[in-house]
Design a protein around this ligand. Structure first.
Ligand SMILES: [Mg+2]
Length: 260
């Protein structure tokens, strides 16, 4: 039997620009749930997105890391700022690990703080929360067109599935498949999907994730696109491996016609 054709997307940085929401929810997670002694008690919850936060965003893999980074930016003493950000990013993963250890935090607890902060906003002012997400209109239109052309749509994200569905509903997108962080790593999810579907492509804005996919024997043949419009480091576009192609928003118009 012929396999159903499917187009797969990452979510944050590919379908929506959620930086305002991540910052806002991370501040709320720090102040309302993390209960860190390093924060001042009269901190404003409605801060503009920190420039440092936006700068560091391309390094982030999981939501909990954003809570940790936000804590470092808003803490009282020795905050993460323009002067010391390069040092923090020199070895991003180790920097995050050191902060976890110093505070005796578990990444899962930080993730729970973030999820609770989101749930709180959804329960109290859903419209305000949802409006913090800005969709990439060209991508939304592309998804609709792909659906009309008979493609199944799947989303693979490191956000929790329930939050992703709520945001997509707002844009009237109802993909049959949504995988959140609860479903495992992206490589694991794709390894499973590749046996069931004819995967036409995967569009993602994290270069490292795409490299893992094309290096993994089970997923190496998936056509991988790096989303030019997403959260990219300056160097991410350079010297991409052969199997990972940079895609721009304008390229989406011809993607279906070019028989991806
Ligand atoms: Mg992303």
């Amino acid at each position: 039997m012929q396999k159903q054709k499917i187009i797969l997307f990452d979510f944050d940085g590919v379908i929506v620009d959620g930086i305002d929401e991540y910052w806002h929810s991370s501040v709320l997670a720090c102040k309302g749930y993390l209960l860190s002694k390093e924060l001042s008690s009269n901190q404003d919850y409605n801060l503009d997105v920190s420039e440092i936060f936006s700068y560091i965003r391309p390094w982030v893999k999981y939501g909990w890391e954003m809570v940790l980074i936000t804590h470092e930016i808003i803490k009282k003493t020795n905050p993460l700022n323009n002067k010391n950000k390069k040092n923090f990013l020199k070895n991003y993963t180790i920097s995050c690990q050191k902060i976890l250890e110093k505070n005796s935090w578990e990444s899962t607890n930080l993730q729970t703080c973030l999820d609770n902060a989101r749930q709180y906003q959804i329960s109290n002012d859903f419209d305000k929360w949802i409006n913090l997400h800005r969709p990439y209109t060209d991508v939304i239109n592309f998804i609709r067109k792909a659906e009309r052309s008979g493609f199944k749509i799947g989303i693979i994200t490191t956000k929790k599935k329930i939050f992703t569905s709520k945001i997509l509903e707002k844009f009237h997108i109802f993909p049959e498949l949504i995988y959140g962080y609860e479903s495992g790593t992206k490589v694991e999810i794709l390894t499973n999907l590749v046996t069931k579907y004819e995967i036409k492509c995967f569009i993602e804005d994290r270069r490292k994730t795409l490299i893992e996919i094309v290096r993994n024997p089970q997923t190496k043949d998936i056509k991988c696109f790096l989303a030019d419009w997403g959260y990219l480091k300056d160097t991410d576009r350079l010297e991409l491996p052969k199997k990972v192609k940079l895609i721009k928003l304008k390229d989406l118009r011809n993607l279906l016609a070019n028989s991806i």
